[in-house]
Design a protein. Structure first.
Length: 263
């Protein structure tokens, strides 16, 4: 096991990553402007069968924070650089939110490197995707940081879950990110469009979503399932964007059972 390590991307950017547990490798990809802490409290659910690999995206965590480039395709190649550094030829991949967009490109561009694919609370991007509504965008763009944080918490979790879980919360972005990196991540996520490429995915794919997700509307599940050849889907009733935390026991079990299928 190599808990914390670094390697270089193709363009020389220093990338930090974390490798925990043993067994078949499972790459866990976080949402926009988040580092590996997105998976705190969840990744150990997979350690009975998998060794988990997380990456601090460029711009986050202990990775370099260059001026650019930032895109979901660049992030995908960064993940491949990490797998190469670990000597891993093939891994299962589980990406959530922007991480699901990154995972799409990994599966499209490197089909031989992906065993099974899990896409959570994500979308195909581009003009075909179902976007969040204007009220959500305005709430997240508030000038008051505290108000914007509360808005994001409300999009991530239900009030009842928040009442029983006072924090700290690990899905509200890396607080150490410089402004240029935050902008880069926003552009990367907003510019993602894998629609035309999705039918090229050959990995068996599981698509997960909270049915009350306003950050990435659940209608995107149907769109992804129609474009990716070998898919199954699951919606979590009442859940919002961070279903993987709020519905953790059920969600982790569903993912583990899916990953146990044939490669």
């Amino acid at each position: 096991m190599m808990p914390h390590a670094r390697t270089r991307a193709q363009d020389g950017t220093l990338l930090a990553y974390q490798h925990e547990g043993g067994g078949r490798p499972l790459v866990l990809l976080a949402g926009q402007a988040n580092d590996h802490h997105w998976w705190d409290g969840v990744r150990e659910d997979f350690h009975t069968t998998h060794g988990t690999i997380t990456v601090d995206y460029r711009g986050t965590g202990d990775s370099d924070r260059p001026d650019g480039p930032y895109s979901t395709q660049v992030f995908a190649e960064d993940v491949i650089a990490v797998l190469d550094d670990l000597g891993i030829e093939r891994a299962d991949v589980y990406g959530t939110s922007m991480g699901g967009r990154v995972a799409q490109w990994i599966a499209v561009r490197h089909p031989g490197r992906v065993g099974r694919l899990v896409l959570g609370c994500t979308s195909p991007g581009g003009p075909h995707a179902v976007e969040r509504d204007a009220t959500v965008r305005r709430a997240l763009a508030q000038a008051d940081p505290a108000a914007a944080r509360e808005a994001l918490l409300d999009l991530m979790f239900t009030p009842s879950w928040l009442a029983g879980h006072p924090g700290p919360y690990t899905t509200l972005a890396d607080p150490g990110m410089p402004p240029h990196a935050r902008r880069g991540h926003l552009v990367a996520s907003n510019d993602h469009d894998a629609w035309d490429a999705l039918p090229q995915i050959t990995a068996p794919t599981l698509i997960l979503h909270g049915d009350q997700d306003r950050l990435t509307p659940p209608d995107n599940v149907t769109l992804l399932a129609a474009r990716i050849p070998d898919t199954r889907t699951h919606l979590f009733p009442g859940a919002r964007h961070a279903y993987f935390q709020e519905c953790r026991p059920q969600a982790s079990t569903i993912v583990t059972e899916f990953l146990a299928g044939p490669q």
